[in-house]
Design a protein around this ligand. Structure first.
Ligand code: FDM
Length: 212
């Protein structure tokens, strides 16, 4: 009903393997929404600007070693420290385009062998996205792209496992986009889906929490 529903921004998450094009597509979506006069911001996880984010960053660049459980909880803490700002922004009408979220958290840690339920537990109570866009690419194809191989997880064998974990996590609400299409085609597809979602949230779709 319209009477008790508040207009708000949309929480839009992009997921996919390393080098699937999330970062380029996120920036392109931001420009698109801003061009239409929407208030929008681009966020990414891990957010390396915080203290927790710096611990994660030094781990990812192999400057420090951390136990798998420990780093999993740090990634989650890095989202929790942003939760209230996230809610404020959304309620003030700003749409957030988020490059990786809890699904990366669960997919990457469970690819290491941690139990999926254990991995999901610290994510419970974070804001649930209104839309998950999955940029689908074969691990082999991603590995051929420029810039691959710099960080800890950019190994073909590991990315294959991550892809399998994403498959387990994904549900019918996810929009799966073929990431091997020409960039402009991907942009067009994403724009259409995102605009729908933004419109629904403007009309007052309630916010909800993970994990559902
Ligand atoms: N990653 C990212 C995780 O393992 N867990 C998480 O919760 C998140 C958000 O960190 F390999 C992994 C995924 C990726 C690495 O991500 C850094 P970016 O997008 O390359 O910064």
């Amino acid at each position: 009903s319209e009477s008790n529903s508040e207009s708000r921004g949309a929480l839009i998450v992009l997921e996919g393997l390393d080098r699937s094009g999330k970062t380029s597509q996120s920036s392109s979506l931001l420009k698109y929404l801003e061009g239409l006069g929407h208030s929008a911001e681009l966020w990414r996880f891990p957010d390396r600007s915080t203290d927790v984010g710096q611990m994660i960053s030094s781990y990812l660049t192999n400057k420090s070693q951390l136990d798998d459980h420990t780093v999993h909880i740090l990634f989650s803490a890095n989202r929790w420290e942003k939760r209230s700002l996230m809610e404020t922004k959304l309620k003030s009408g700003t749409t957030l385009i988020v490059d990786r979220y809890s699904f990366s958290g669960v997919a990457f840690s469970s690819a290491k062998g941690l139990g999926i339920e254990w991995c999901k537990a610290p994510e419970v109570g974070l804001l649930a996205p209104d839309l998950v866009l999955y940029l689908d690419i074969q691990p082999e194809k991603a590995a051929e792209r420029a810039g691959y191989g710099g960080e800890r997880y950019e190994q073909l064998e590991f990315q294959r496992k991550v892809a399998q974990c994403y498959e387990v996590l994904c549900d019918a609400s996810w929009k799966i986009i073929d990431a091997c299409q020409p960039m402009e085609d991907i942009e067009k597809q994403l724009q259409e889906i995102v605009l729908d979602c933004v419109t629904i949230c403007q009309k007052g779709k309630p916010l909800s929490n993970l994990w559902s």
